[in-house]
Design a protein around this ligand. Sequence first.
Ligand code: IPE
Ligand code: IPE
Ligand code: MG
Length: 249
Amino acid sequence: MTIKPVILETLPPDLDKQRLPQHVAVIMDGNGRWAKQRGMPRIMGHQRGVDSLKNLLRCCDDWGISALTAYAFSTENWGRPLEEVEFLMTLFERVLRRELKEMMAENVRIRFVGNLTSLPRSLQDEIARSMEDTKNNTGIRFTVATNYGGRQEIVHVCQAIAREVQGGKLDPETIDEGVVEKYLYTEGLSHPDLLIRTSGELRISNFLLWQMAYAEIYVTSTLWPDFDRQAFHLALRDYQQRQRRFGKV
Ligand code: IPE
Ligand code: IPE
Ligand code: MG
């Protein structure tokens, strides 16, 4: 008799369908350490990390979670060795080109957030194409933060609002949280309910600073390339035990 591995195709029965996070955000950390543990170059960890992300996206879709946002490259990650940065840029482009057809078939709506104009031209083209091709899809909203920094995003919002004021189109007195929301890269997307960070680090590393105000934070020591459906199941179970109070009693 062979024992079938648990693949968790559908929502595990111990999870409450009514209390799932609508929007999950993930800091995909630990690729380098995963590779190092195996005596491999760091880039091998990034390569494997792509599979984890694909699996998580499909899992969210299977289990009824409507939005996933993944931190792929921070504004600070430019400070890494050039060969690692170049590998990542090429990897993003290659994966995007390779996966677009499948994302279309699975009705995924992909969107990139961050300062995209300083990415390599050929990557910008793939990004634009993927967003354009999938914009009318009605399935899961998949957001990839690339050259993203929460502080940079807030500066971007300030500049946009200042321009509107300068052009006489906006009265400073009317600026409220709703106005700020309108200029965020994530405009139109609900705020993350659950933030998952892999590899044990207890920080948010400049990710979605505004949007994270009331996210529930879950940190696992699992390294990103090892993050699978079982690990996600544990995160959701933990999330469902939280009491979200939003400042009330
Ligand atoms: C996360 O893994 C991936 C990116 C930041 C692009 P790391 O590359 O940060 O892996 P560690 O933290 O060094 O193990
Ligand atoms: C955060 O991971 C950025 C991404 C996952 C893309 P880092 O590895 O860059 O974060 P720090 O340096 O440990 O804070
Ligand atoms: Mg890291």
